[in-house]
Design a protein around this ligand. Sequence first.
Ligand code: NAD
Length: 343
Amino acid sequence: KKLGIALVGLGSYSTYQLAPALQDTQHCYLAGIVTGTPEKEKIWADKYNIPKKNIYNYQNFDDIAKNDDIDVVYVVLPNSMHAEFCIRAAKAGKHVICEKPMAVSVEECDAIIDACNKAGVKLGIGYRLQSEPYTNEVKRFVRENTFGKIRYVSADAGYYSGGNPDQWRLNKELSGGGALLNMGVYAIQSTIYGSGQNPISVTAQEYSTRPEYFKDTDETITAQFEFPNGAVGNIMTSHNINANSMYVSAETGWFQLQPANNYGPLSGKTSKGDVIEFPHESQQKLQMDDFSKHVLFDAPNIAPGEMGKRDMIICAAIYESIAKGGQKVMLNLEPGYGFGGIP
Ligand code: NAD
């Protein structure tokens, strides 16, 4: 059986990445859509052969409970809408994939996790890199101590956000935060799978060079982490700087990915002179198939809700450190999820 997925929110990520990837997935397919824009209904129905009964809007979305074609609801809306639609999907008895960042607060992450637990449905976060081979090779180096003990991880994730100050990503009400929530989660994740551990403290700084453009949300943030195994980490995330890399320094060598977080193919090398190289496959395809295997065959959940919540706790601690003038904030995270669902 292939699981039927309904995409909620037909913006650029659904249009240019998820829907095309769902044409190649092995264990799921694009069965339905949920859109607030009536003109998109016919365009998507024609393009992807979606029957009228599998098309919903934000108002009648809850009726999806009665639709056996839909097994999974994938929420691809602005961040502040994730919690509402994930919870409605869970209450409708559907498994849930929630885009990153999971929500705009830790409380919302808890509410999503609770709703999925109560409904007995599975929850995954749209962390496509967790299913991606270059990233999994890095995780393997760390897990197998290929270069000895990890001492330092740095990760940068950002892009230059040009000429549209009205986009929802720069509007705190809709995004919950700026560069940190949008791109910073990738850098945070890189330091975690680059060290294999969750951080125990964070110290952070914010920079604003175009306050007239970034009126409402963070432009550039740097943050430093301490890890329980003694490693230290450093991230830079920005809506004003193109940046896309991770670097790990270990006892007997180093490895790096650059790019480290775009749609691929990624690229990597190591101090041994090796080039990290894999055939390119759509990350979104791998991610949605991984989640489907979790639902269908009880395979590991590669990016569970708890991982999304962990990253939200770290983001909140980064904002707290900035608000306290760069004071160190201690984290009390449960161990685990360092390598995603891979043991
Ligand atoms: P987008 O702006 O292209 O699309 C947003 C969609 O939400 C549009 O269809 C829009 O009509 C709809 N929407 C509903 N209410 C809205 C409102 N009040 N304001 C604005 N739009 C509204 O955004 P996107 O790039 O598709 O991002 C959607 C989600 O996907 C975000 O959470 C984002 O972080 C995530 N995302 C993840 C990745 C990834 O690589 N995993 C990549 C891109 C986006």
